[in-house]
Design a protein around this ligand. Structure first.
Ligand code: UGA
Length: 431
């Protein structure tokens, strides 16, 4: 079976490399020449644990090219894994998908199965099928990969979803995917597309719910960590995705939730819960800032250290991260902002205001500050000795958006410590 993957972004590359690991011959095509050169020399352009090792291990079953003709002419199965960016109105831009479909129509010589990995609005797969010759079958095969653990998720995922109107195409996809040893859900095209959006909508809702509960917990004197554990052990609820914090970010939840609201609107349905989830997440990203303004009156003239810029640890991705919501406001309010992230400063420099003073370590970042905001729970930040805040800050004041430290530990130090959904330690006392 010759498999071709169009698009070597994060999803396409992880998919192609993983398929080569289970024995398939895979050709990946991308228009970016530099990237293809790099890939053919065995180097991954993205950091994803385990990916480079698998690329090297399966080099004889993996090939990268910029030529669609070369990649498609002998293909039996073609995966489309190009990006589907968000348009200004929250709907999905399908230009790259449409271009890929045109290339397929131009160059294939076999009765290929076309597999759509990209996240696309419900009905898109059917539209793609209608753009292709009648003998070409289309399968929707959404991805459920998390950045930073994508390779793990391919091999130990909870399910593989394949949707198609063609029993033959489903059979081929079963054959390709069975070696992963993961339950396979077979369904129709529209339902497969919907499963992807519904899953991300559910997870985003779970996060917004726990964040709302956290905001109530801190007001009624309950502890969200204990509440989350007590709830999560109910197997109908589950312990995962119950970590309260400063809201979700990244490229997926923000984009897919807005897209699903849009999809619903187009069929005359107002998706009330999901609209609230999006709105609450925007508010949640400002929780620390609002508390600091409440405590200090104004932030003009204050020096503020920001620890963590990425939307989650172990990635350099800052898309929709809380840092992007908070830092420009801090600067507008007249604060001096020092910032540090173990991986994301390069990305941050491209989008954050030029006034941000980037530091080479967490310790330099907290030095001589009035306030520290913790926005990403990198291990390096969680492991920072609390005594360092006491020694280095003017008066140790931490607003922790990721609950990095236990209250027992913090209470040993003269630190003013505000976290999410837990007691507020003011001047060495828990309130
Ligand atoms: C997410 C989904 O988890 C994947 O299943 C999905 O395939 C992917 O989107 C996608 O659609 O491509 P990802 O965006 O990489 O993956 O990141 P997550 O690990 O899910 O985290 C998303 C955000 O939620 C982060 O900002 C994280 O800090 C936040 N989060 C997560 C919480 O605030 N609390 C939690 O309990 C879990």
């Amino acid at each position: 079976m010759n498999i071709t993957i169009i698009g070597t972004g994060y999803v396409g590359l992880v998919t192609g490399v993983s398929l080569s690991e289970i024995g398939h011959y895979v050709t990946c095509v991308d228009i970016n020449e530099e990237k293809v050169k790099l890939l053919n020399s065995g180097v991954s352009p993205i950091y994803e644990p385990g990916l480079s090792e698998l690329m090297v291990k399966n080099a004889d079953r993996l090939y990268f090219t910029t030529s669609h003709e070369e990649a498609l002419v002998e293909a039996d199965v073609v995966y489309i894994a190009v990006e589907t960016p968000e348009k200004e109105d929250g709907s999905v831009n399908l230009t790259f998908i449409e271009r890929a479909v045109e290339q397929i129509a131009n160059y294939i010589s076999n009765d290929v199965v076309v597999v759509i990995k990209s996240t696309v609005p419900v009905g898109t797969n059917q539209r793609i099928k209608s753009m292709l010759p009648a003998n070409i079958n289309v399968v929707s095969n959404p991805e459920f990969l998390r950045e930073g653990s994508a390779i793990h998720d391919v091999f130990y995922g909870d399910r593989i979803v394949i949707g198609s109107d063609s029993p033959d195409a489903l059979k081929i996809m079963r054959g390709i995917n069975e070696p992963f040893g993961i339950p396979i859900v077979e369904t129709d095209l529209n339902s497969a597309e919907m499963i992807k959006y519904a899953s991300n909508a559910f997870l985003a809702t779970k996060i917004s719910l726990i964040n709302e509960l956290a905001n109530i917990c801190s007001r009624v004197g309950a502890d969200i960590e204990e509440v989350a554990l007590g709830m999560g052990l109910d197997s109908r609820i589950g312990t995962q995705f119950l970590k309260a914090g400063i809201g979700y970010g990244g490229s997926c939840f923000p984009k897919d939730t807005k897209a699903l609201v849009n999809i619903a609107e187009e069929v005359g349905y107002e998706f009330g819960i999901l609209k609230a989830v999006i709105d609450l997440n925007d508010k949640q990203q400002h929780v620390l800032l609002n508390q600091a303004i409440k405590d200090f009156g104004e932030l003009n003239g204050k020096t503020i250290g920001v620890l963590g810029l990425a939307f989650k640890p172990n990635t350099d991705d800052i898309r929709n991260a809380a840092s992007l919501a908070i830092i420009p406001e801090l600067i507008n309010l007249g604060a001096t902002v020092k910032a540090y992230d173990p991986a994301a400063m390069g990305q941050a420099k491209m989008v954050l205001p030029k006034e941000v003073l980037y530091q080479d370590s967490a310790l330099h970042t907290i030095e001589s500050t009035d306030i520290v905001f913790i926005l990403t729970e990198w291990d390096e930040i969680r492991e920072l000795d609390l005594q360092e805040y006491v020694n280095r800050m003017k008066t140790a004041t931490i607003y922790d958006g990721r609950n990095c430290y236990s209250l027992d530990e913090v209470s040993q130090y003269p630190i003013r410590y505000f976290s999410i959904g837990r007691k507020y330690q003011k001047r060495g006392r828990l309130l």
